[in-house]
Design a binder for this molecule. Structure first.
Ligand code: BGC
Length: 483
């Protein structure tokens, strides 16, 4: 029989071990916690104070969609409350985007909308006053309609329009902004907007439109980066990057063919944009496969536009950090190439269907961080989006569980794999317009769309995140500590 004393001792020793083992899992001092939003998803005021229409305004208006971004979270009017919430959460940075057509209603410099500039200036100043670093996305998919009418990302002149717009932003806000990102998730934007037509501007050109989009977009990104370098970096000492999105992709088995399908899949998604920027040129596997299939389709040249050597060099190296969005993981398997027919990205890729998996039982995020670090050697990685969409409700324990698992992976990558992840931006600061629906809610703060006031209410996850930021220790609340 063990004595009561023994149990007591075990109780305290175990408790101490769990706690001290866990206490080592705290975020480094320099690690930054943030949260993000995007203009179209939160601002509303779609035609107020001189704002011009964007392609997403048109997209939903043309469809007479029941839901649109006309009011959204009304952040155009309620931004002070949003800054207050960011402050109360303890955020160290806030990632938001500028609506191009709010400051240039046509997208071009002939009309500059001072009220739009003032809106973002006030927001940035208010954040700085609370010691919250603004992380500014220049383009979160909401192109001015007029620029789209001119061909949008199918027209190489987009590069010049984008240059004019970003220079205006650097000039107007550069003294207060240390982190710029040029484009948000180009893969998804080109895919939806120019490949499969399920997002604005709605072109269904799955065999070539999406590649043309990526070509023009990469040149525009590089121009925006180089301009900062040449005209602003000395004075403002900021950093510029691009936000790339990737799920982690596993191979279904260890068979060499499945492993090849896994790599091909990652290259067609992440490598599509990361390779030109971090290594130079498109990934080989894309160049070869698309050229080969284009030839079999009797085309004179590859559907993937070729970069000149000068362009390859101009685009390569245009990054000061790797900005990564990640939400999901899946698995792929090898399959025979799809037969030649109507060309499309998915046929160019030709891998077996993916299985959506939850992260709960694997190391997907950690694997993705290792992959990014090994392949692209980026120096530093900033997680610009991660989060979970749920239905409505304030008791969002499923979101908290998701975040814990992800952040656990993230900490392992930092502490055990020595990967330099410098910060994490939770998506999203508040529920917002999820590109067609208000039902899926990504916010840690609830927005009541039925109230004209768009009342904001903290969910459980907001309190949890507030506590995490304050303590910097992951999750002492769920580990059973025996003392
Ligand atoms: C986008 C966000 C979106 C989020 C959740 C990301 O792809 O950047 O705008 O709300 O995913 O779906």
């Amino acid at each position: 029989m063990y004595s009561k004393m023994y149990y007591l001792l075990k109780f305290f020793v175990l408790g101490f071990l769990v706690q001290s083992c866990f206490a080592t899992k705290s975020f480094p001092e320099s690690f930054m916690f943030g949260a993000g939003t995007a203009a179209f998803q939160i601002e509303g005021a779609w035609n107020e104070d001189g704002k011009g229409p964007s392609i997403w305004d048109t997209f939903f208006h043309n469809k007479n969609a029941e839901e649109n971004g006309d009011v959204a979270c009304d952040s155009y009017h309620k931004w002070r409350e949003d800054v207050q919430n960011a402050k109360d959460l303890g955020l160290q940075f806030y990632r938001f985007s500028i609506a191009w057509s709010r400051i240039l209603p046509n997208g071009t410099l002939n009309i500059v909308n001072q009220k739009g500039i003032d809106y973002y200036s006030n927001l940035i100043k208010a954040l700085k006053a609370e010691n919250i670093e603004p992380v500014v996305t220049l383009y979160h998919w909401d192109m001015p309609q007029h620029i789209s009418d001119l061909g949008g990302l199918l027209n190489v002149q987009f590069v010049d329009y984008f240059e004019d717009y970003v220079r205006l932003c650097y000039n107007s806000f550069g003294s207060d902004v240390k982190y710029w990102v040029t484009f948000n998730e180009p893969t998804i934007h080109c895919f939806m907007g120019y490949g499969y037509g399920n997002g604005a501007p709605g072109f269904a050109l799955p065999g070539d439109g999406l590649y043309q989009c990526s070509y023009v977009l990469l040149k525009s990104h590089a121009r925006a980066y180089r301009i900062y370098d040449e005209e602003f970096r000395d004075q403002y000492q900021g950093k510029v990057g691009i936000v790339l999105e990737s799920s982690w992709v596993d191979a279904e088995t260890d068979d060499l063919l499945d492993l090849e399908a896994q790599e091909r899949s990652l290259q067609f998604n992440l490598g599509w944009f990361a390779n030109p920027i971090f290594k130079g040129n498109w990934p080989e596997v894309m160049i070869d496969r698309i050229a080969n299939r284009s030839q079999l389709e009797n085309l004179a040249r590859s559907r993937l536009p070729a970069f000149t050597q000068d362009e390859i060099e101009y685009i390569n190296g245009t990054h000061d950090f790797f900005a990564l969005n990640t939400y999901y993981s899946n698995a792929v398997r090898y399959e025979d190439d799809e037969p030649i027919g109507t060309p499309s990205y998915s046929k160019d890729l030709s891998v077996g269907s993916s299985i959506n998996r939850n992260f709960s039982d694997n190391q997907a995020f950690r694997k993705l961080l290792n992959y990014v670090n090994d392949r692209y050697n980026p120096g530093s990685i900033l997680i610009t989006e991660n989060g979970k969409g749920t239905s409505d409700g304030l008791e969002d324990t499923d979101r908290i569980e998701y975040l814990k698992l992800y952040l656990g992976n993230l900490l392992d990558a930092i502490l055990e794999d020595n990967i330099n992840v410098i910060g994490y931006s939770l998506w999203s600061l508040m529920d917002n317009f999820e590109w067609g629906t208000y039902e899926t809610r990504f916010g840690i703060i609830r927005v009541d769309y039925d109230s004209p006031n768009r009342t904001r209410t903290w969910k459980e996850s907001a309190r949890w995140y507030q506590n995490l930021i304050a303590t910097r220790v992951l999750d002492n609340s769920t580990i059973i500590i025996n003392n």
